[in-house]
Design a protein around this ligand. Structure first.
Ligand SMILES: [Cu+2]
Length: 192
């Protein structure tokens, strides 16, 4: 199976799990609403401070435990740890302006290039904003696999952390429809 097919299969699996989880939550909510309305009269007569049933408490504990156990597998590197290189990115209709380091210029003043060279196996921090409308800064590898993305929003600074594990050319596309020439709003990252 090709890398793209494996990724799509994984995405489908994640989608099915999410849908199943949403269905379970919806069923629990429906169950709670129907049972509480049926017994609301009796419940008032019982005890005002009724305790949570052990089965619900068990469910909550499992969900919280799963959150803590799986959060380490989050796609993006930790935001607290040090970064090796900073890149300023400004999205404009219809181009990406990129430059090394933190810029003290406004989005409108900033001048960069839609091509940049970055080191392999280093933690890169992208600082992103936009000079006009919202864009989506999306990095693809040479097999057309989306690796990471975040929005470039006017008058707002977003941060994106990424470690390029392989040398080569990576393509930047915009995934947020931003006008007529949106499909051609591309850039290149050379990882060396
Ligand atoms: Cu766009």
């Amino acid at each position: 199976m090709s890398p793209i097919c494996s990724l799509l299969a994984l995405q489908n699996l994640a989608g099915i799990i999410s849908l199943a989880g949403a269905l379970v939550v919806a069923l629990v909510v429906i169950f709670l609403i129907t049972t509480s309305s049926m017994s609301s009269g009796a419940a008032i007569k019982k005890q005002p401070g009724q305790k949570i049933k052990p089965v619900y408490m068990g469910g909550i504990i499992i969900v919280v435990a799963m959150l803590f156990l799986t959060i380490g597998y989050f796609t993006y590197p930790g935001v607290q740890s040090n970064t090796d290189e900073v890149v300023t990115v400004v999205g404009i209709q219809w181009n990406w302006q990129m430059g090394h380091g933190i810029s003290n210029k406004t989005a409108h003043e900033f001048i960069g290039k839609n091509e940049i060279s970055l080191p392999v196996n280093k933690k890169i921090k992208f600082i992103l904003t936009s000079d006009d409308v919202t864009h989506s800064f999306s990095i693809y590898n040479n097999q057309a696999v989306l690796l990471t993305q975040t929005q470039a929003i006017p008058q707002y600074t977003n941060e994106l952390y990424y470690i390029f594990r392989q040398k080569g050319d990576y393509t930047i596309l915009c995934l947020e429809y931003c006008g007529l020439v949106h499909p051609f709003m591309t850039g290149i990252i050379h990882v060396e």
